[in-house]
Design a binder for this molecule. Sequence first.
Ligand SMILES: C[S@@+](CC[C@H](N)C(=O)[O-])C[C@H]1O[C@@H](n2cnc3c(N)ncnc32)[C@H](O)[C@@H]1O
Length: 422
Amino acid sequence: MATPLTATAADSVAAPAARDSEAASSSTLPMDAVRQVIDACAQNDLACIEKFLQQDALFACQQDLETGLSPLMAASQAGHLNLVQQLLEHGAPWNAIDRQGKCAGNYATDNQHWNVVNLLVDWGTRAELILGELQRSQQRINGKAAVDLTQDSSTKPDYLQQSLHYNADGTALLDADEDAVMMEWERPIMRAHAQVLLGDIVPPRPRRVLNVGFGMGIIDTILQSDFQPTQHYIIEAHPDVYQKMIQDGWDEKQGVTICHGKWQNVLPQLAASKVEFDGIFFDTYAEHAMDMEDFHRQMTDILVKPGGIYSFFNGLAPDNLFFHGVACNVIKLQLDKLGFDTEFLTCQIQVQNINNDKVWQGIRRKYWHNRDVYYLPRVTWNQEFLGRKTKVMQGSSDQDDETMDMEGSEDHSPLKRQRRIE
Ligand SMILES: C[S@@+](CC[C@H](N)C(=O)[O-])C[C@H]1O[C@@H](n2cnc3c(N)ncnc32)[C@H](O)[C@@H]1O
């Protein structure tokens, strides 16, 4: 099910709509002039733009009331790279969306202006990382984040107290708000994840796997039937799901260990008992992206070095491909910093199965939107990082942080290898 967005992509994707409607409904600038600026951006008429910006810097940001089009969108659509840079530097929001839900990055992508796309991805990624860091330090200082994370659309602080139920035909597990915790259509995706986690491990090499979030037990069933793990740990926090696991006999399966509790409490115990995993999968529900970031940090203690593989359900910013790309990039950089290499395998999915109205009947929020490609994350240890880490540990000081350069990656594309989901 939809994993939360990155710490801040969640806010960015939620926020632009608000920002857009706010800006669009409460402009203090004359709309005629706003439209002139937007036209000038489409034409790259720098003299005209400059004239308006000198009058009021807000002209760089103001969207057309009717269409939601912004100067940045117009410049991106036309591929004016330098102008896009200037507008961003003047404070134009990279993530504003128009009335059709399109952002500047979508306009640049649709028109194949890849230099503009790259610039916007870089800008968005940096903005997200900075915002995420700000939230973290705010949390450290005040004990709470600058923005109320519980208000984030993907976060449900009372989820574990809610009663869960299945829909009529048993194809979805729902929470009390009729939001889907997990759905049957994800089975092929789960199969691909299982394959990535354990498919390359040939016995007698042990297959020790950890799954975080049981849901409908789809990936766990596939791991059991297709890969017969040597050790199979499952962390599950919700009492209803746990009860169903016991009812279905998961506690009696050979090699299976159920840890009933939140991963936040279980992971430190696993690390303390020196348990390690060749494959780790993360797919929780109702948590914030900052939780996911915390998980990544803690997971470094229990993923086998150097050969362990980590993956997570990639429901980041699902309703806009450009935001999805930025969110993937943010996660990739965060994982880089922890010593991992991340690639996103492109998997074709049969969208007609997902878009079938019947599939979403009775479900409050559709969390997959007409996209036929799933970008499956495959995360492995960076061998150079491990080498450096070993040297530092053998050597003197605690300079580990120097090996963690946030800006270090040059790969901004989540798309690398092709893998078809059957
Ligand atoms: C999307 S479902 C997992 C679906 C699973 N991948 C499958 O194949 O069926 C998410 C699960 O994570 C559990 N969960 C949510 N927060 C958790 C936490 N902090 N620790 C452990 N489990 C959690 C939920 O109760 C739910 O069962």
